[in-house]
Design a protein around this ligand. Structure first.
Ligand code: CDP
Length: 203
């Protein structure tokens, strides 16, 4: 039986960490949908057309190194504005969500557009400054020495583009539960998400 958990929110809010932990806890599969847009963005940086790249995206493209850089993130949010790019990625995401055994998908439009019938919808957010601190630390740990100010500017620019685009803008679904992680430890945020899933499953 399928059981979909949709986790949306702005850049570096903790969606990835929470999604992975929820998936591990319940034995669900996890899809980081941002990677799809990052993979398309990377191929555009390498000279391809965005729509053609989205239509021919393969699983191997998600394994390419270098998808987590700020440059690729910006390219991802630019291609993510294009309706044809988004359309080309819908079927893959819906098929993933419908797999037997449960699935967690994290992104920007999972609860609103990709899986409006998801059993659980969470909107994970935090202040831009807190998110920039976390992303800065992550980037340093993976050897990308971007300054804090530039990381904050990147986060703000992507949020603005993601929130104001015409197709599938970033916003909480009407029936999503918001978790603001600004003043929460990651353990507390994961516990809150697990509790929400348990509540819906009747555990
Ligand atoms: O990890 P982070 O939150 O910084 O970004 P991401 O989830 O990897 O997403 C990169 C970019 O892809 C976002 O800024 C969005 O523009 C786009 N995206 C989207 O439009 N829809 C999704 N479901 C996921 C990502």
């Amino acid at each position: 039986m399928s059981f979909t958990v949709a986790i949306d929110g702005p850049a570096a809010a903790g969606k990835g960490t929470i999604s992975k932990a929820v998936a591990r806890h319940f034995g669900f599969a996890h899809l980081d949908t941002g990677l799809l847009y990052r993979a398309v963005g990377k191929r555009v940086l390498d000279g391809e057309d965005a729509v053609a790249a989205a239509r021919s995206l393969r699983a191997e493209d998600l394994e390419v190194l270098g998808l987590r850089t700020p440059k690729v993130a910006q390219a991802a949010s630019k291609v993510a504005v294009e309706p044809e790019v988004r359309e080309a990625l819908v079927d893959f995401q819906r098929a993933f969500a419908a797999r037997a055994g449960g699935a967690v998908l994290d992104g920007r439009d999972i609860g609103t557009v990709i899986c409006p019938e998801a059993a659980v919808k969470l909107f994970v957010t935090a202040s831009p400054e807190v998110r920039a601190v976390r992303r800065h630390k992550e980037l340093l740990e993976t050897g990308h020495d971007a300054g804090y100010d530039s990381v904050l500017a990147d986060v703000r620019a992507r949020d603005e583009r993601d929130r104001t685009r015409a197709t599938a803008p970033l916003k909480p679904a009407d029936d999503a539960v918001t978790i603001d992680t600004s003043h929460m430890t990651i353990e507390a945020a994961v516990a809150a998400a697990v509790a929400m899933v348990n509540k819906v499953r009747g555990a």
